[in-house]
Design a protein around this ligand. Structure first.
Ligand SMILES: [Zn+2]
Length: 443
């Protein structure tokens, strides 16, 4: 990134090109209204995020573990925090396509380690919830697209990752025994059509559906909690290696925290089943791609966006998957509205944290680099004859997957590099308010 702060005080005759300072926040009235809306919404969501701070503090003080969630970027999974009764912003949510973290993701490990250090300084542990998603009613079409709807492959990866989390984040003594455990990791399977998260132990699991009241009646928390806690201690006994290094009272406090999340999920699923909470998880309905972290943690509405973290091992690949679905949905919109404009927006945001906390300047440079890389990738894909053909074929397949008659698909000539739009923003960690600093024209 080349940004020059120009001062011509010394010699006014020297004509210097006027360069735009990308450090300044852009005026939202000066960009397209559809793009601007995300940032207006981001400002509103930031207010709610700030207002939730007391609630997050209460949770933090009352619980032995700091939850960190690993979920798919799929837009059906955006409400994971909510479904587990966690105040928004309390848990770090790490989203990648199908939780494919890779084996040596150093950026993620650095970010994760700093969370462990913060938890340790406060006398806490990190509770990793590694969530894969499936559909109970339509597993072959509406499960995780990143795994081509192959639930077993997604599970095998999750089992391996959970074991690794439990094995790697411990301090060991002279005989390799665990003396201090920093991470407890559990695999959860999210059934998106029921909004249930099933907790998997080594040999058994615990499913919220078993606890749903018959005939939609009310939930009696007082009666239910001891039963749930007992069930949790059967499925997650103290001898389970993931609790090695914990005293009995610490193990039971962790189970208490897990049971509360489970109970919150019963309520959430019950509210959806009884129509109190609206849930329309039709699958892959996102209209834009949110890349990075920071402000996007506040965007938890389902069916509106795909998210791709900036730490994923293959960010461009994930942007290609998400961009394909957004393009597909834009084409479906076109077919319904008879519109001629087709847009596939990518919004990049990172918190001020690149070199050190509060580092706005380098974080902007990082965000601009990410946007440039994504733009370059799409420019190449849509301009080259072969890659374009390959992409359009995939796009048509995605449309056919949605039962669109191939004969009704409009000409895809309208899809050009200009259809892809880019917006770059940064956000302070404390407020998560996105500050738009550049758009596609600046890249
Ligand atoms: Zn998925």
């Amino acid at each position: 990134m080349q940004t020059t702060i120009v001062t011509s005080d010394t010699d006014p005759r020297i004509s210097v090109p006027e360069e735009k300072l990308i450090y300044a926040e852009l005026d939202l009235d000066g960009i397209d209204p559809e793009g601007a809306e995300i940032y207006r919404e981001g400002a509103r969501l930031s207010e709610s995020y700030i207002a939730l701070e007391p609630e997050r503090q209460v949770y933090w003080n009352a619980n032995p573990c700091v939850p960190k969630l690993f979920t798919c970027m799929d837009e059906k999974e955006q409400d994971t925090e909510l479904a587990l009764g966690l105040p928004n912003g309390l848990a770090n949510v790490y989203q990648t396509a199908g939780n494919k973290l890779g084996d040596t993701n150093l950026v993620l490990r650095r970010e994760f380690q700093s969370g462990i250090d913060r938890a340790f300084a406060a006398g806490k542990r990190v509770l990793v919830l590694f969530v894969t998603h499936e559909s109970k009613c339509d597993p072959d079409h509406d499960s995780c697209a990143a795994w081509s709807h192959d639930g077993r492959a997604a599970d095998e990866n999750a089992i391996r990752q959970v074991r690794r989390f439990n094995r790697d984040y411990v301090d060991r003594g002279a005989h390799l025994e665990v003396v201090q455990r920093h991470v407890i990791a559990v695999r959860l399977k999210s059934y998106t059509d029921f909004e249930t998260r099933v907790w998997h132990g080594e040999t058994a699991c615990i499913d919220p559906l078993e606890y749903m009241p018959r005939n939609g009646g009310p939930i009696d928390d007082k009666a239910l909690f001891p039963k749930v806690l007992r069930h949790f201690s059967d499925v997650f006994p103290q001898r389970d290696p993931r609790f090695s290094g914990l005293h009995a009272h610490e193990w039971s406090a962790v189970l208490g925290q897990m049971s509360h999340m489970f109970l919150a999920n019963i309520h959430f699923a019950h509210d959806v089943a009884t129509g109190k909470t609206k849930s329309t998880k039709a699958g892959h309905r996102g209209r834009c791609v949110l890349v990075g972290r920071g402000a996007w943690g506040n965007f938890i509405e389902v069916n509106r966006y795909f998210k791709v973290s900036d730490f994923t091992p293959d960010m461009l690949r994930e942007c290609r998957i998400a961009g394909k679905y957004v393009a597909k949905n834009a084409i479906l919109d076109l077919m319904r509205r008879d519109d001629t404009r087709l847009s596939v927006p990518f919004h990049v945001n990172v918190p001020y944290d690149l070199i050190r906390p509060g580092d706005r300047c380098n974080s902007i440079a990082h965000a601009v680099d990410l946007a440039r890389a994504i733009k370059h990738d799409w420019d190449e894909r849509l301009s080259g004859r072969e890659p374009r053909l390959r992409f359009l074929t995939e796009l048509v397949d995605a449309l056919k997957h949605d039962d669109v008659n191939p004969l009704e698909i409009p000409s895809l000539d309208i899809l050009s590099p200009d259809s892809f739009r880019y917006y770059v923003s940064v956000s302070p960690r404390e407020t998560r308010r996105p500050e738009l600093v550049a758009t596609g024209g600046d890249l």
